[in-house]
Design a protein around this ligand. Structure first.
Ligand code: 9MR
Length: 328
C-alpha cells in the first residue's frame, strides 16, 4: 500500500494566521462526499471556480439565476467559511447575449452596472470581497482590447470599481490578474493604474496575484518582490489562484518522485514568502482547485499535477511543503 506523507491528518487552515482558500466546483460540493469533506477540513475560504461568472448567473438580459450561488452561500454559512466573489467583469465566460449585445457606450455602461450591482446586492449579506475586474492588461502593460474596452473605453475599469463600491461600500474590492509574479512591466503598469484610481477616490482594496506558476519558474525572489511592491502601494495581497505545475521538460529528465519533491519545496518557499508580508496585508492564499483531478491545468496538461491532493484526494508532498512553509 502506498504510504501517505506524515502530515496527512492536519487541518491546513488551523495552522495559518491568514485565510486558506480553494476554488470550488459547486456540483462536486453537492455530490461528492470526499470532495466536500476535504474542502471543509482543510480550507476556510472558498472561491467559486465557475458559479459566479456571468455565463452561469446572468443567462438573459433581464434574468439572473442565483440558484447555484445561493447553494454556495448556504454551504459557506452553515460551515462558517468565507466566500470570495470571483468574478464580476472579465472578457471570458460571458453569455451569448452580452457577446452579441448592440448598444452605444451609455447602454454598455448600464449593462455592466446592472450586472455588477445586481450580483453584489444579491450576495452582500454574505460575500464581503470581490474580484471586480479580472485580467484587463496585456503582458506589455497595455489595456486588453476586450469587449468592455471596445464598447466603453479604458474607463470601464474605474467605472466597475465605482459601481461595485456603490453597491456595497464595505466590501473589499480586488483587481485580479496573472503573470504579476513574473512580469515586472505588467505589474508596474497595473500598480500605477490602481494607485491612480485610489488617489482619485475610487475604492480599490487589493490585488490578486493569480500565481499559476511551475516548479521552476518564476524565482521565489521575483514572487516575493512582486507581493511586497503590491503591499508597498497599500493594497491587500491575495495569492488568488495558486497552482504549481510540474513542467513537461523537467519531467523527462527528473522523474515523478523528484518532481513532487521540487513541488513540495516550491510550495514551502511560496508560503514562507507570503509570510514576509505584514499580517494586515495578507488577504489569503487560495489554491485553484482541490485535487489534481479538479484542476483546469490538468485539463490542458494531464501530467502537470498542480495541487495539494492527488486524484484520489490523498495528500501529496506539496501539501506537507505548504504546511512546512507555515512553520509547522
Ligand atoms: O478554472 C476555471 C475553469 O474551470 C473555467 O472553465 C474557466 C472559464 O470560466 O475559468 C477557469 O478559471 C480561470 C479564472 O476564472 C481566472 N483566471 C484564470 C483561471 C484559469 O483559466
Amino acid at each position: 500500500m502506498k504510504q501517505e506523507p506524515p502530515c496527512a491528518e492536519i487541518k491546513l487552515y488551523e495552522k495559518a494566521n491568514f485565510s486558506i482558500g480553494v476554488a470550488v466546483n459547486t456540483e462536486k460540493l453537492k455530490n461528492e462526499e470526499k470532495y466536500w469533506k476535504l474542502v471543509l477540513s482543510q480550507f476556510n475560504s472558498l472561491s467559486p471556480e465557475k458559479t459566479l461568472k456571468p455565463i452561469y448567473i446572468h443567462p438573459k438580459k433581464d434574468q439572473f439565476d442565483f440558484t447555484e450561488t445561493d447553494h454556495l452561500i448556504d454551504f459557506c454559512k452553515t460551515y462558517n467559511k468565507r466566500l470570495h466573489g470571483h468574478t464580476l467583469v472579465w472578457d471570458e465566460s460571458l453569455p451569448l447575449w452580452i457577446e452579441k449585445f448592440k448598444g452605444d457606450k451609455t447602454e454598455w455602461e448600464a449593462l455592466m452596472k446592472d450586472h455588477i450591482q445586481t450580483v453584489i446586492n444579491h450576495c452582500k449579506g454574505y460575500i464581503k470581497s470581490w474580484d471586480v475586474v479580472n485580467e484587463a492588461f496585456n503582458d506589455d502593460g497595455t489595456y486588453k482590447k476586450n469587449i468592455w474596452f471596445n464598447h466603453i473605453g479604458e474607463t470601464y475599469i474605474e467605472q466597475a470599481f465605482l459601481y461595485a463600491s456603490q453597491a456595497d461600500p464595505t466590501a473589499k474590492l480586488f483587481y485580479n490578474d496573472y503573470s504579476l509574479e513574473t512580469n515586472g512591466q505588467k505589474l508596474d503598469k497595473v500598480l500605477k493604474h490602481f494607485s491612480g484610481l485610489k488617489a482619485r477616490g475610487i475604492k480599490v482594496d487589493g490585488v490578486g496575484m493569480q500565481m499559476h506558476v511551475s516548479v521552476d519558474y518564476p524565482s521565489v525572489t521575483a514572487i516575493n518582490l512582486s507581493a511586497l511592491s503590491i503591499q508597498a502601494q497599500g493594497f491587500l495581497v491575495h495569492y488568488s489562484e495558486l497552482d504549481v505545475i510540474l513542467s513537461g521538460r523537467e519531467y523527462l529528465f527528473t522523474g515523478k518522485k523528484k518532481m513532487f519533491e521540487m513541488q513540495k519545496e516550491r510550495m514551502k518557499q511560496i508560503v514562507e514568502g507570503y509570510l514576509k508580508l505584514k499580517p494586515e496585508y495578507q488577504f489569503g492564499i487560495t489554491l485553484w482547485g482541490v485535487s489534481d483531478n479538479d484542476s483546469w491545468q490538468t485539463e490542458k496538461h494531464p501530467r502537470s499535477r498542480p495541487l495539494l491532493f492527488d486524484v484520489r484526494y490523498r495528500v501529496k508532498p506539496a501539501y506537507c511543503g505548504f504546511l512546512e512553509g507555515l512553520g509547522n
